[in-house]
Write a protein that binds this ligand. Sequence first.
Ligand code: OSB
Ligand code: MG
Length: 362
Amino acid sequence: MRKIEMPLRYPFQTHAGQVNDRELIIIEIMDKEGRKGFGEVTAFSTPFYTSETIESAWSVLRRIFLPAVNWQQLVHPSYVASQLSIWQGNQMAKAGLEAAVWDLYAKQVNKSLSKLIGGVRPYVESGVVLSLSDKLDDVIANYQEEGYRRYKLKVEKYNEGKMIEEIKTYAPSLPVMIDANGIYEEKDIPYLQTLDSHGLMMIEQPFRPGDFYLHQQLQHQLETPICLDESVTSLADAKQAGRMGSCQIFNIKISRVGGMTEALAIHEWSRKNNIPVWCGGMVESGISKAHNIALASLDGFTIPGDISASARFWERDLIIPEVEVQQGRIKVPLDPGIGFEVDEEYLQFITQDTYIFQTEKS
Ligand code: OSB
Ligand code: MG
């Protein structure tokens, strides 16, 4: 495991905090033949999005998760998920470990991760996020060149209308959505109804994560589709939200739901129940972007996701080649595993701390 710090090109500001240098954990796993798999823990330095942090993930991986997996009997990446399922929470720590195993396993069976999990799309559609610190007129010009197919705005309470209308002047024909990260309360329901007039593609996570009932009440009174992000940490959460009518769309993040195995299960259930899904982002390196691209190549991912180009966040990314967006889409790589090479020289350069775990010799 490596703790790394990647300098962002621009700060990423939400209502709850600003990210300047992105701390991440990169997990590298090696088999007896020397093949390597890479995964990433996308928790933040502070618990502003979920309760996990880089420090908590580092600790729980070292002390509990790595020693707990029965590495000798691991025959499929989903075994990691089932072996770690006895422990509560820590989804991002679990997801990062499982991700490394998925990449390695795909390489062992000589398949692209996309094909391994049943991906059908040669390209995935790309959207981009505008953080509160982005000057819209500056950044939009760049993004228009890449042809992003949807804009997502982080919003400030009671300033949404102005921000939405401003972005529409730059991109009149593109779908626009907002991500509230749970800033609203029950008393804001009448106010949220007034946002229907902006014709938003969706509103993401208006209330706190646990509020399935409140989201249901709001969805009944709102034309704009609600999309849940933080609320859905498992298939069970997705089923609850879907059956209660708490939302009409899911944002699926591999990290938030505890790994690819759970993400696949949510995708499958959503498809059977005609709930469209899209792939969320975590201001992450190319390693987890690559995992996201594979996930988004599945059939049910019918809405452009938060999968942007490497250059959206980074001066230099951790993968070769970097992720590129052309005409609003990203080509799904077909090389074995995540399909991108990891830039190990740069990885070494930005490493702050390392921990090596040796499985017992069989
Ligand atoms: O809610 O999706 C979110 C970034 C930090 C914390 C929470 C969220 C986000 C994003 C980033 O929206 C999306 C991206 O990586 O492109
Ligand atoms: Mg969100």
